[in-house]
Design a protein around this ligand. Sequence first.
Ligand code: NAD
Ligand code: LMR
Length: 342
Amino acid sequence: VLKQGYNSKAWRCSNRSYSRVQPQASYKVAILGASGGIGQPLALLVKMSPLVSELNLYDIANVKGVAADLSHCNTPSKVSDFTGESELAACLRDVDVVVIPAGVPRKPGMTRDDLFNINANIVKTLVGAVADNCPNAFIHIISNPVNSTVPIAAEVLKQKGVYDPKKLFGVTTLDVVRANTFLAQKKNLKLIDVDVPVIGGHAGITILPLLSKAKPSVTFTDEEVQELTVRIQNAGTEVVEAKAGAGSATLSMAYAAARFVESSLRALDGDTDVYECSFIQSELTELPFFASRVKLGKDGVEVVILSELQGLTEYEQKALQELKTELKASIEKGVAFVQKQA
Ligand code: NAD
Ligand code: LMR
């Protein structure tokens, strides 16, 4: 089951040539916000990874029980729990990948930016501890608003003198997962074959699925492009409304985050064919951060796939222009938040 789960084409999407049949469990992963709605199912999925030797779970509350529960699964990793700031340093020591889903989720009627006031401080504090204890780790930021929390993390790392832009990632995998699912449903495609790159950022119109670059190649009417694009952009809100006050996407997010963790671990483990979309420091456009497809390697982002922005349709070009104002403002808000406190 494990082998099928993590090596299947469905999980790996466009990544094909990971040759090891039985990878060696040797990587250390920490989840910060591990007893939350995302944290718990994510911890379960990471516990299933054959590449993980140690799984450190951190939260401000309720993490002991989650860790005790998970530790009974007969998979290779050792699970440890850490509660509160006094145990954060120990949680992060020598970790290879840190995943941060800590923070508050949306309720109906809220934008992701409405979470800024609470989550900005949480991300700032946690990334400060990452800088002090595992500065070489890959850092996966899930906490919203991702368009601002990733620049916040970058500024904190810069202030601490340990910023490596190749290792800081805003997790936008859920946008790709959704785009793949919705396109397969709409066009009756086999899910296993579908791969849609999603660029820009992670909020509303800043989420731009490039349907013209979908695999397999599909033809769309203008109405279909509009309908699919808007559904992908509003998919987070679709879940927030369905949960009616009980939070936002947690299970699909955990699935997406676990895929991104597994891709990172495979890259660290020497797989040379790992591609994911992620919100990273970027020179692809004039914006300092931008989500696009990247090749992952042992040192993080190895290559940004430049061809992604070539040959866009008129619809995509216009959408790209339109998203820049909002994305720029969100990035600047994150940078200013850290700089004004310095
Ligand atoms: P949740 O409220 O269920 O869980 C959040 C957890 O964070 C809680 O266990 C809480 O105790 C913990 N926490 C709060 N402050 C903390 C701190 N200082 N240190 C450590 N842990 C702390 O929320 P959730 O549904 O898991 O969502 C978490 C975040 O992920 C939200 O900001 C949400 O918007 C975001 N999210 C992002 C994506 C994405 O695609 N990037 C998708 C879904 C949700
Ligand atoms: C999502 O896309 O599901 C997350 O960003 C959570 C949200 O608030 O929509």
